[in-house]
Write a protein that binds this ligand. Sequence first.
Ligand code: 13P
Length: 267
Amino acid sequence: MVAMRPIIIAANWKMNSTPADAGTLAATIAAATNAADVVRVICPPYVCLAPVREALAATGVAVGAQNVHDKAAGAYTGEISAAMLAGLADWCIVGHSERRRDQCETDELIGRKLARCLESGLRPIWCVGEQLEEREAGRAEAVVRAQVARALSASGLGGGEGAASIVIAYEPVWAIGTGRTARGADAATMAEAIRGALQESGWAHDAAERVPVLYGGSVTAASIAEFLAEPAIDGALVGGASLKPDEMAGIVARAAATAAARRAAAR
Ligand code: 13P
């Protein structure tokens, strides 16, 4: 039997907060979301990692970065390597669609970033997702499967290496920051397709089934329930609402209820 997957709520603060205010916001969110059965992660901007880590030290909330470079070190002005994040972050978002769009990140580059994360003991939150035209053309699943296959091929993780560490976030691009969400059932179908794509890339069935798949895209306290009602979905990567302690309280409370229900059902 495949082990139960954890429920994870990750906050992507994007380019918001400053070193002066990030620690207070993180501590407020931690206090508002105290739930033992939910893995909570806050991903602030790089310059806020240290104050946020300090503020979260005794809370059980983990800290993540929002990006990492695909090389280990070298002449890359302004960039941050995985090794530099040691002691600052335990998680790292990789391949966010805003970086695919604005920094032209490719699946191959993203695959190399996954490898750098795993080498340095960072747990990657690997983002995939289709554009609106691709969904409307009926190609959403093919697009996301291809994203998974290309990145894995470039990462050298085709044998399931990192399966215990990797988390995948399905973020349909048209749902990000738009107030529009996918349907829970569509997100669940995509989560299964993603696990299928991992197997097509050479992962064993059990390794693929162990990977948590989160939904991201305009998640709020009001919309989270539809996603967590799907057994294939294991939590959320939250953007705008993750800066609001009340919203995070509602999201994590629902996640805690889901974790308890899944645990009871697995007995
Ligand atoms: P929003 O929740 O603001 O739509 O952002 C989602 C996202 O991009 C999380 O990484």
